[in-house]
Each structure stands twice: as structure tokens, then as C-alpha cells.
Ligand binder design. Structure first.
Ligand SMILES: [Fe+2]
Ligand SMILES: [Fe+2]
Length: 516
């Protein structure tokens, strides 16, 4: 299907739903004829920065006015948030052929793991939607997220696969918590406001109203005014990011996953030359999370094959970013840039190891742009395919399964990561300590990784022997748990022990034990 057929297909959907015109590539305009004083939508509402307690909703209309979002968790009682707005002129570089106003409503005080519906107005008139106006806040429990990269090629003969991937993502059930974009969001032209409208929003609008995108920028996004349009259209998390760098890199939690999105076009150079904080921030950020999973994504993959395998930015990432990631136990690193799907051997400090202790480097750059070849003969490669695809990633406690799905629906790779518990191998750390000793009432502290699915503690007269799926035995007898987290356990020894002491930690992924 070329772009004309794609637009026609979307137009048919719009007609079915009673819209007058679709916000289509080239025009970007839509008018609701039912309103007496209609506003003209130039960009359908889309979600950003959905978290446990907040969400941002952005959209654009031709008219300036009072932008508002009404939202509700029960469909009866609505609250209203006033949006801030920003004018964009058609006379500025990279803009479409009309002036427009971008609105952003930041909602706070939300409840975790909760469904909300919302509506959007400007001067009281409804702003048309590209899809369902609803969202689900982050919270504990299992969830799915999708990944795509290098998508908006923008040339007629390359739109088919991007469109088909967009439709498959829209049809995903259960509805994914979020969609990660690994960068190079739009090309031809690279990274302009108009290009984002035509090659990004017009493709994914039906998903973006109910599923937040959490992107990282690619080199093509930064070719236009150093990422000016990318930065303007996104409202990503800003927690703990130095003020000057907000929007470029960030981190956030969903369920028991800590996600980090890096920007390696300018912030990495600045950090490596001692003039920027990103790497320092990254190390602090990864050290301070207590989540079981750490997933980091940035555009140029440090380990992958193909046209861009020796990209200087990728090699710089390998030299300066990977040690921080691997030392902090990051299990999954995702990139784009090589237009294909690839999965590395799990590794740590440039040594191949099991997936229970290693970092898995995934490349997902087959979202629609012209494909590159993959060299599956290189030892680093565990699997690769030059294919238009997206990833469905299922987070289930201490297991993550990645499904690579081709644009035609064929699943061509399935990979499960289930890190087993491990004691710390840091020579400066004593992984198991009994205080004051092997006597009844002693406290046992265990330091390691993958020890429990999530941080949990209970203050009860009789502490449980299983917490967050973790049990600890001493000489085969379960002991009471006071606190568990992925990296630490505090437990009570209710009986005295003499002679050999064998301590075993068991999770859904296996066990680890040692005699002390
Ligand atoms: Fe690309
Ligand atoms: Fe790229």
C-alpha cells in the first residue's frame, strides 16, 4: 500500500466515524461540523509521561484559546485541567503551511493502576480525537510494552510496512502500557515539525491517544536544529534530570521496571569531554533504583551488526556507556539505527555470560525505514533478521519475554530473560552476614542481585517466610523475612545453628546457596 492508498484507507475510517476530514499527511486539518464554533484540529490529542500519579495530554489546533482537559476515573465525576499553549508560525523553519497552537495539559494527583477517560476542548469546543480518549496509570503487576524504531521514512514506496506495523500495534491486546520509540522517528525531511506531523502523528494517532510513547532521539531527529522539533512535541519525564538537559534524556518506572532513555547525539559527547552531566546522572540514577528490571534505550546500539556497526557514536557508547550499564546490572539495552532486528549474546565486561547475569543488547530499528543487512556470523550475534517489525515485551514479575513480530504478523523471535538470584560478587562486599551470630533471633543480611521481584517489607508480629515470591532457608528450614528487594534481604534466624550453615535463596527463576 502506498501513501495514497494509506490515506484513502484512513479516510474510510474517518468517514465511518463521522469525521468531516481526517488529519492527513499534507493537510493536517480536521473540522467537526457539529459544533457551532468549531475548532480546527491540526494534531490529534496524544499522551505523554503517563506515570503512577500523572499524565500529560498534548494536541494542536489552528485556533488559539482556552485549552482544557476533563478527566475521570468513573466516567461520572470529572475534573478539569487548564492547558498551557505555544504558538507556532508557518514562517518558521520546518513548519507546515499553516500557523497552529500546541497545547499541553499536565494532570497530577492520579491514582496508580487506574483507568481514566478524558476529553479535550478549546474554548469549550471539542477537539477531535484520533483514537480512544483513555489512559491507564502505571502501577504494580504484569504489563506489556511495545518497541519500534527508525519508522517514518516518508517516501511512498516505504509506507506500507510502517502503516501495517502501526495497525498491528493498535490491535495489540492486552493494550500495551506504553510504546518505546528507539529514535529516527522521521526522515525525508529529517526531524522537522511538518515531518513529525506527516510521518509520526498521522501514522500512530489512533494509538497515541490511549498509549503513551516514550521516545529517545535518533541522529535524524537531531539533524533539524539540534532536535528542536523532537523536544517541542514531546513532554517526557524530567525527574532528577539537570534543567539544561530536560527533554533529552530521562528515566521513569513502570511496574517493577526502571526505564532509562538516553540521548547520545550531543549529551554523550559533552559527558565524555567532561562538559556534561549525562553519564554521572546515569550512574546515580541506576544506583538509586530498587526495581528488579533495569532497561536502558538509546539510538545507536553499542553492539549490533550492519551498515552502522562501526558508527563512532555506537563505539563511544560501547566505551563509555556500557561499563556503567553492566556494572549496574542492566539486563536489557535497546537501540535502533541499524534498520533490522538483532539480539546479542548476553555479556558482562565484554565476556559472554548467561542471560541470568549478563546484559542483553537488542536492536529494533525496523519500524518502516529502508532495511539494512545483518551479519549473523559475528560471535556477538545470538540472532538477527533484516525485517520490518516491532517488539511486544511482556513483563511478568521476574521474567521478561520479548516477541519480535514482523509487519505481516509473523513472530520470528521469542526470547525470555529470567535472571536467577545471585549473591554479590563484589569483592568489597560480604554477601551474607549473621548478626550477632548463628543464634536464635539473629538478623541475616543478604546482598546480591535478582533476589526478589520487588521491594517488600511487612511489620507483622509473625513475619512471613515468603515475600514477593522469595524464600530463604537455613539448613533447609524456611526463615522469617523482614525485608526483600532485588538487591537485599533482611531475615530473622528463629533458631540457633551450630556447625555448617547453608543459606539458600529461592525465587521463581531458581535458587542460589552457599555454606558459611
Ligand atoms: Fe535510522
Ligand atoms: Fe539512526
Amino acid at each position: 500500500m502506498n501513501r495514497r492508498a494509506f490515506i484513502t484507507a484512513l479516510g474510510a475510517v474517518a468517514t465511518q466515524q463521522g469525521w468531516n476530514r481526517l488529519a492527513s499527511p499534507g493537510s493536517g486539518l480536521a473540522v467537526n461540523p457539529l459544533q457551532s464554533q468549531p475548532v480546527t484540529t491540526s494534531r490529534y490529542p496524544y499522551l505523554q509521561n503517563v506515570r503512577t500519579d500523572r499524565a500529560s495530554i498534548l494536541w494542536a489546533t489552528l485556533e488559539a484559546g482556552l485549552g482544557q482537559v476533563q478527566y475521570s476515573s468513573d466516567g461520572v465525576n470529572f475534573k478539569t485541567v487548564v492547558a498551557r499553549s505555544r504558538f507556532f508560525s508557518r514562517l518558521d523553519p520546518g513548519q507546515p503551511s499553516h500557523d497552529y497552537v500546541q497545547y499541553q495539559a499536565d494532570i497530577a494527583g492520579l491514582s496508580p493502576n487506574t483507568d481514566y477517560v478524558y476529553s479535550v476542548t478549546v474554548n469549550g469546543a471539542p477537539v477531535q480525537a484520533g483514537g480512544d480518549l483513555r489512559f491507564h496509570t502505571a502501577g504494580p503487576g504484569p504489563f506489556n510494552f511495545l518497541v519500534l524504531g527508525d519508522s517514518g521514512w516518508g517516501l511512498a514506496n516505504q509506507t506500507t510496512e510502517q502503516y501495517m506495523i502501526a495497525q498491528r500495534m493498535l490491535g495489540e491486546r492486552p493494550v500495551p502500557a506504553m510504546i518505546i520509540h528507539t529514535g529516527d522517528i522521521c526522515y525525508n525531511p529529517d526531524g522537522t515539525y511538518d515531518s513529525y506531523q506527516q510521518h509520526y502523528f498521522d501514522y500512530y494517532a489512533a494509538s497515541m491517544s490511549s498509549v503513551p510513547f516514550f521516545p529517545c532521539p535518533g541522529n535524524h531527529d537531531y539533524l533539524f536544529l539540534n532536535g528542536a522539533a523532537y523536544l517541542a512535541i514531546h513532554a517526557v519525564p524530567t525527574d532528577s534530570v539537570p534543567a539544561a538537559d530536560r527533554g533529552r534524556y530521562y528515566s521513569y518506572d513502570w511496574g517493577n521496571v526502571h526505564f532509562v532513555s538516553l540521548e547520545v547525539m550531543q549529551s554523550l559527547d559533552q559527558a565524555v569531554s567532561g562538559n556534561g552531566p549525562m553519564l554521572r546522572w546515569l550512574d546515580n540514577d541506576l544506583r538509586s533504583t530498587r526495581q528488579f528490571w533495569k532497561i536502558v534505550y538509546f539510538h545507536q546500539p553499542p553492539w549490533s551488526t550492519g551498515l552502522n556497526e562501526s558508527d563512532p557514536v555506537a563505539l563511544k557508547g560501547r566505551a563509555f556507556v556500557c561499563p556503567i550499564l553492566e556494572n549496574n546490572g542492566v539486563q536489557i539495552v535497546i537501540g535502533g539505527h541499524n534498520h533490522s532486528y538483532q539480539r546479542s549474546q548476553p555479556q558482562r565486561n565484554k565476556t559472554f555470560v548467561g542471560s541470568n547475569v549478563g546484559t542483553n543488547y537488542i536492536t529494533s530499528g525496523g519500524g518502516g525505514a529502508i532495511l539494512y543487512a545483518v551479519d549473523t556470523n559475528q560471535p556477538i550475534m545470538a540472532f538477527g533478521k533484516s525485517a520490518f517489525h516491532y517488539l511486544r515485551t511482556e513483563v511478568r514479575g521476574t521474567q521478561i519475554t520479548i516477541h519480535a513480530i514482523q509487519y505481516d504478523g509473523v513472530e520470528f523471535d521469542t526470547y525470555t530473560i529470567a535472571p536467577a538470584p545471585a549473591f554479590s560478587d563484589d569483592p568489597k562486599v560480604t554477601p551474607v552476614t549473621l548478626s550477632p551470630g548463628p543464634v536464635a533471633g539473629a538478623t541475616i543480611r543478604i546482598i546480591g542481585r535478582s533476589l526478589a521481584a520487588e521491594e517488600t517489607f511487612l511489620c507483622t508480629p509473625t513475619p512471613p517466610t515468603t515475600m514477593a515470591g522469595t524464600t530463604v532457608t537455613v539448613n533447609g528450614q524456611p526463615i522469617q523475612l523482614l525485608y526483600v528487594s532485588p538487591t537485599q534481604i533482611y531475615a530473622l534466624l528463629p533458631f540457633a545453628v551450630s556447625g555448617n550453615i547453608t543459606i539458600r535463596v529461592t525465587t521463581a527463576n531458581g535458587f542460589v546457596e552457599r555454606a558459611i
